[in-house]
Design a protein around this ligand. Structure first.
Ligand code: GCV
Length: 696
C-alpha cells in the first residue's frame, strides 16, 4: 500500500484510515493560529474521505468531538456544554497558578457523549488531536475522565546527519540506512515538499518538535547553509512549521574563517563575536522561529576552540551569546575524545574523555547552552553503561542523545526495537534508587532541561526507514521523549494500531502477536549474537556492519577488547585500571568497581577477567559467550519463520521486504555467532560444555 498523497511512499503510522474515527464524525475546532489551522485541516481531510463534518465556529450543530484552545480569559467564545464541564472540573481541582493546562499540554475527556480536547497552546491542540487518533474508536465509545497530558521533555529533537553534497565516503546521509536524504540530493534541495510535509506530520503525531537539517560533520557546502544557502533552510522551516517543528542547523565552528574570511575563529576575539552576532541576526530575519545551532567541535576532525587554546565553555558561550537575543539555543555536543590514540597506551581511555573534558566546566555555560551527551560513554554500542557526564553537571542543561539510526544495531537490516534499551537509560538513577533518573535530568527541574535528541533513521526510502519495522523506533523515540515512563510494548501496540489499520490487515490480533514476538526482545537478541557482556566494537571498521573481532583492536580509535589467551575485557577500575569507574557517583562507582557486584551485562566494559570467571548467572564467561551466540542466532532465524506465518496478512510488498531483511539478519547473525565463538575458542582453548559445533 502506498500513500494516497505521496505515491510510491508508504504512509507509515498515519495512513488515512488512522483518522477514520474522526473523519466519520462531527468535529468543532475553536481557536486561532497556524497550528490550530493544521488541526482543522487534518480533521477536514479525514472528513472529506469518511463523510464527517468539521466546523470552525458554527455552534448550531451537535458535535462528537470538540477541539478548543482555552488560553484566553474570558474565552473568546463559550465552549459547548460538555467541553465547558471538562474545563470547569479541571479548574476546580487545580488551584491557581496550576490551573492552566500548560504549553504543549492538553486535557482529554469524554463527557455527556462528547469527546473534548482542550489546550492553552495550539501545539497542545495538535498533540491532543493525535491523542484522539491513537485512541481511535475508543475515544468515542465510552465516558472518560479528564486526563491532563504534558510532555516530560520540552525539547524533543531529531538530528539529521544528512549531507547536502554526496560525501565521498559517507554518502548523502552519514550512517543513513534508508536511502537518500529527504531534504537534499547531490548538492541541491531535493525538491520534494510533499515528503517533507508528510515527515512533519509523522513527527507531530509522536510529538517531536525540533529537527536539525544537516550533518554534525559540517563539510564545505553544508557550512554555507548558515549564510549563502540559508534560503534552502528557510524553505524546510516553512514546510515543517505547521506541524510545530522548529529548525536547527549544524554549523562549523570555523565559519568565521571559512565563510567570513576572518583570520581567526577564536571565541574570545571581538571580531569573531561580532561576526556570529551579525550572521545570527540574519538567520532570524529569515527564519524568525529558528531553533538554534548544533555543534560538534574538536571531535573527529571537526574544528573547535582547542585550536585557540580555549575550552568548550568558551566555544559554546560564543554561539549562545549570538543566539540569546532571539531565544535560540546551542546544542553543544559532548562527544569529544582523542581519535588518534596509540593502542599500546593502556592509560588513555576513550570512555573517560567526555567527563574529563566537560565535568570541570559545569557552571560555566550560558543558560541557552544545551550540552548534548551521548547516552553511553563510548558510541551507541548495543550495550554500554549510562554516560557519567549525565550526573556530573548539575549546573548545566543536558540533553541525552540516542541513536535512532541503527549504526551499531543492525543498520536497519536487522530488526532491533530499541525502546527497551532507551528505557534502561532513561530509568537509570545515577545517585542510586532515591535520586533522580536520567529522564528527570533531561527533562529538567521545571521542564527546562535539554530533553532528548535522536539521530534520525529516515531517508527517501518508500518505507521511510529502510526496514519497515524500524519505523517503530522513530515513533517510539518521540513517544518516550514525551512520556519516558511508557512501556515499550505499549508503544509498539500504538504503532501497530496506527500502522496496520483494519484495511491494512485482516487479522490485527494475530499480526500484533507476531510483531511482539519478533520485536519485543529484538534488542537483546541482537546483543546476544554480537559483542559479548558490554565489551563493544567487534564490528567491521568504518562500515560498522557485521563481525570483525580484531578489526578495531590495533587502530587509533580507542575501542579495544584486549582479548588474549587468558581473558578479555577492559579494566576500567580505579584500583588497577583506567579509573573510569570513579567518574560515577558512589552508588554506581562502587558497583562497577567491584567484580562481585558489577552487572553481568557490563562485566567486560569494566573488568578484564579470565574466561573461567563465573558470572552471577552461574555460567562462566566463555560458556556465556557460546550460549548467547547460539541462542541469539537461533532467535534471529526464528524471527524469519514467525514472519512467514503472517504472509497474506499485510501488504505483499511490505511482507516481501521484511522477509528479505530477516533472511539477511539470520545470515549475519550466523556469521556473528561463528566468528565470535571461533575467535574465543581459539584464544581460550575452552570447549563448549554442550558440545555444539564451533568452526575451528
Ligand atoms: C556524525 C560516530 C559515527 C560518526 C558520527 C559520530 C558522531 O563516530 O561513526 O559517523 O559522525 O559518531 O556522533 O559525531
Amino acid at each position: 500500500m502506498t500513500s494516497p498523497d505521496l505515491p510510491g511512499t508508504h504512509p507509515a503510522w498515519l495512513p488515512p484510515e488512522a483518522l477514520r474515527p474522526i473523519g466519520s464524525r462531527r468535529t468543532l475546532v475553536l481557536g486561532d493560529g497556524l497550528l490550530t489551522g493544521t488541526v482543522h485541516d487534518e480533521a477536514a481531510r479525514a472528513c472529506a474521505r469518511y463523510g464527517g463534518h468539521v466546523h470552525r465556529r458554527t455552534r448550531t450543530q451537535p458535535y462528537d468531538l470538540v477541539l478548543a484552545l482555552t488560553t484566553a480569559e474570558p474565552l473568546p467564545e463559550p465552549l459547548p456544554g460538555p467541553a465547558q464541564t471538562v474545563l470547569d472540573e479541571f479548574r476546580s481541582t487545580t488551584g491557581p497558578p496550576a490551573n492552566t493546562i500548560g504549553g504543549e499540554g492538553y486535557l482529554a475527556a469524554r463527557r455527556h457523549g462528547v469527546t473534548t480536547v482542550l489546550a492553552d497552546d495550539p501545539a497542545g491542540l495538535l498533540y491532543g488531536l493525535f491523542h484522539v487518533v491513537r485512541l481511535g474508536e475508543r475515544a468515542f465509545t465510552e465516558e472518560r475522565p479528564t486526563e491532563r497530558h504534558a510532555p516530560a521533555m520540552r525539547r524533543r529533537m531529531l538530528d539529521h546527519w544528512d549531507n547536502v553534497d554526496i560525501h565521498p565516503v559517507m554518502g548523502q546521509v552519514e550512517r543513513g540506512y534508508a536511502g537518500g536524504s529527504i531534504f537534499w540530493r547531490d548538492g541541491t534541495p531535493r525538491g520534494d515538499p510533499a515528503r517533507v510535509r508528510d515527515y512533519g506530520r509523522l513527527l507531530a503525531a509522536c510529538a517531536v518538535n525540533a529537527i536539525s537539517v544537516n550533518n554534525v560533520n559540517v563539510h564545505a557546502t553544508e557550512a554555507l547553509l548558515l549564510t549563502d544557502r540559508l534560503g534552502d533552510v528557510a524553505a524546510i522551516a516553512d514546510l515543517l512549521r505547521p506541524y510545530g517543528i522548529r529548525i536547527h542547523l549544524s554549523v562549523s565552528f570555523a565559519s568565521p574563517v571559512t565563510l567570513g574570511r576572518l583570520p581567526t575563529a577564536d571565541p574570545l576575539d571581538e571580531d569573531v563575536r561580532t561576526w556570529w552576532a551579525d550572521v545570527t541576526e540574519r538567520v532570524y530575519d529569515t527564519i524568525p522561529d529558528f531553533g538554534g545551532y548544533v555543534v560538534k567541535a574538536d571531535s573527529e576532525g571537526q574544528p573547535g576552540p582547542f585550536t585557540y587554546g580555549r575550552d568548550h565553555a568558551d566555544g559554546a558561550n560564543l554561539l549562545a551569546e549570538a543566539l540569546e537575543p532571539f531565544g535560540g539555543v546551542v546544542h553543544w555536543r559532548a562527544f569529544v575524545y582523542n581519535h588518534r590514540q596509540d593502542w599500546r597506551d593502556r592509560s588513555t581511555d576513550r570512555a573517560r574523555a567526555a567527563h574529563d573534558h566537560f565535568a570541570p566546566l559545569d557552571g560555566r555555560f550560558r543558560d541557552n547552552v544545551i550540552l548534548q551527551v551521548k547516552h553511553g560513554p563510548i558510541d551507541f554500542q548495543a550495550r554500554e553503561p549510562v554516560s557519567p557526564v549525565i550526573a556530573a553537571m548539575p549546573a548545566t542543561h543536558l540533553a541525552v542523545e540516542l541513536q535512532v539510526t541503527q549504526e551499531y544495531t543492525g543498520q536497519q537490516r536487522h530488526v532491533c526495537y530499541l525502546p527497551p534499551m532507551w528505557r534502561e537509560v532513561l530509568d537509570f538513577r545515577p545517585w542510586g534508587p532515591d535520586g533522580p533518573a536520567v529522564a528527570d535530568i533531561a527533562g529538567g527541574a521545571s521542564g527546562n532541561g535539554g530533553g532528548l535528541v535522536g539521530v534520525s533513521n529516515v531517508g527517501d526510502d518508500p518505507y521511510w526507514t529502510g526496514h519497515p519495522l524500524a519505523q517503530a523506533n522513530l515513533y517510539a523515540f518521540g513517544r518516550l521523549a514525551w512520556a519516558p515512563w511508557t512501556d515499550p510494548a505499549a508503544i509498539l501496540d500504538e504503532w501497530i494500531d496506527l500502522t496496520f489499520t483494519p484495511s491494512a490487515t485482516r487479522e490485527t490480533e494475530r499480526l500484533r502477536r507476531t510483531l511482539h514476538t519478533i520485536m519485543d526482545d529484538s534488542w537483546r537478541t541482537y546483543e546476544r549474537y554480537t559483542a559479548p557482556l558490554g565489551v563493544g566494537f567487534m564490528v567491521r571498521p568504518g562500515r560498522h556492519y557485521g563481525p570483525d573481532v580484531d578489526g578495531y583492536e590495533y587502530t587509533p580509535w580507542g575501542t579495544y577488547h584486549f582479548a588474549d589467551r587468558d581473558g578479555v575485557g577492559v579494566d576500567r577500575t580505579r584500583a588497577t585500571g583506567t579509573g573510569f569507574t570513579g567518574q560515577y557517583p558512589p552508588a554506581w562507582s562502587e558497583v562497577y568497581e567491584s567484580l562481585d557486584r558489577c552487572p553481568d551485562e557490563l562485566l567486560l566494559f569494566f573488568h578484564h577477567v579470565p574466561y573461567g570467571h563465573v558470572l552471577h548467572s552461574g555460567s562462566t564467561v566463555i560458556q556465556h559467550i557460546y550460549d548467547t551466540h547460539f541462542a541469539g542466532a537461533e532467535q534471529a532465524a526464528e524471527a524469519g519463520r514467525r514472519w512467514e506465518e503472517v504472509a497474506g496478512l499485510v501488504d505483499p510488498s511490505l511482507h516481501a521486504r521484511v522477509t528479505d531483511l530477516l533472511a539477511e539478519q539470520a545470515r549475519c547473525a550466523g556469521e556473528w555467532r561463528d566468528q565470535i565463538n571461533t575467535y574465543f575458542f581459539r584464544k581460550s582453548g575452552e570447549p563448549d560444555t554442550r558440545g555444539r559445533r564451533i568452526p575451528r
